[in-house]
Design a protein around this ligand. Structure first.
Ligand SMILES: Nc1ncnc2c1ncn2[C@@H]1O[C@H](COP(=O)(O)OP(=O)(O)OP(=O)(O)O)[C@@H](O)[C@H]1O
Ligand SMILES: [Mg+2]
Length: 310
């Protein structure tokens, strides 16, 4: 649905993004992650036609964003990073006006305006002047605006920035809900948010894509499969090292017991049953056994610190 190939943007002689390529298939929610200044907003502005690229290609629903800009833009709802609004207008009035600009008329225009106000929790403030709204409410007006024309693609630049915790949760739920009908590319700095809402992530750093994978793939890539086994009392890891499929064992003392970090050979099956059987055989009291999962945060930091793409 979103197709990006070798997109490069120079500001003067500074490359804000360089050779960025990725795809977002229809129906997916994709998180666009990266540190400050990585090039997320730049990429999103190019996709939404707010800015041209220096070179490269991009298309939305098979419409080229440079050569068929109108068709491409009609299919996008865009929530910009700092959402420009007409501050002297009232919320309802503004959304009605925007709906008109987006080609909605008559009853449909009113219905759609009421629908988005309802979805973005704006009913209570519909008569309030936008200039007097708090930051979070302005953000909601921006999101409502993006949804007005019911576009198949939503591009949301930090949709939960500036919201209070309960609104963040509501917005995440809304995004998940919207993901059933829309293809969504959203940028964020909040990693748990990605884990809760996204199917895939694209990690960009210093203007280049470093990773593009599902969350499960991302936490696995490059990491050995490790089992963590905790036992009561002291345990000699020697017999564990001899188990077929074990690629190394590290032992450490913990309160009242021992923790073994068991590295599994990449080709071996899950070793948990064998670890349990060995514990029974040796008379070890097994407290817990679980796979060690690197967190998204660890992977993210590793990826953006490494020079090469993953
Ligand atoms: N108009 C501009 N002129 C010159 N440089 C710019 C311009 N806009 C952005 N940049 C630079 O391009 C780089 C990428 O900026 P961009 O806004 O895309 O980052 P970002 O990933 O959205 O960061 P953040 O997480 O802080 O929003 C930054 O180094 C920024 O300073
Ligand atoms: Mg940005």
């Amino acid at each position: 649905m979103i197709h990006v190939r070798n997109l490069t943007k120079f500001y003067g002689d500074y490359a804000a993004i360089r050779d960025v390529s990725f795809d977002v298939p229809a129906g997916q929610i994709v998180g666009f992650l990266g540190p400050n200044g990585a090039g997320k907003t730049t990429t999103m502005r190019i996709l939404t036609g707010y800015m041209t690229a220096t070179s490269g290609q991009a298309s939305i629903a098979d419409f080229d964003v440079f050569w068929q800009p109108l068709e491409a833009r009609q299919r996008i709802g865009y929530l910009p990073e700092s959402c420009p609004l007409y501050v002297e207008m009232r919320v309802g009035e503004y959304l009605h006006f925007r709906a008109g600009l987006k080609g909605l008329h008559g009853r449909e225009r009113k219905q759609r305006r009421d629908f988005v106000m309802d979805r973005c929790w704006l009913k209570d403030v519909q008569r309030q002047i936008i200039g007097t709204l708090s930051k979070g409410y302005r953000q909601r007006v921006g999101l409502a605006d993006a949804l007005l024309a019911d576009p198949p693609v939503l591009i949301l630049d930090e949709p939960t920035a500036g919201l209070d915790p309960s609104q963040i949760r509501e917005t995440r739920n809304l995004i998940r809900e919207l993901g059933k009908e829309h293809t969504i590319l959203l940028s964020t700095h909040i990693l748990p948010e990605v884990e809760m809402t996204c199917d895939r992530v694209i990690i960009i750093s210093r203007g280049q894509v470093r990773a593009s994978a599902s969350l499960a793939e991302l936490v696995q890539v490059g990491g050995k499969r490790i089992l963590l086994a905790e036992f009561d009392g002291s345990v000699d890891p020697t017999p564990m090292r001899a188990v077929p499929g074990v690629d190394g064992v590290e032992s450490e003392s913990i309160a009242g017991g021992t923790r073994l970090k068991i590295a599994q050979h990449p080709d071996s099956e899950d070793l948990s049953p064998r670890v349990c059987a060995l514990a029974v055989e040796c008379g070890w009291k097994l407290r817990t056994l679980r796979p060690e999962q690197p967190s998204l945060e660890e992977r993210f930091l590793k990826i953006i610190e490494s020079e090469t793409a993953v």
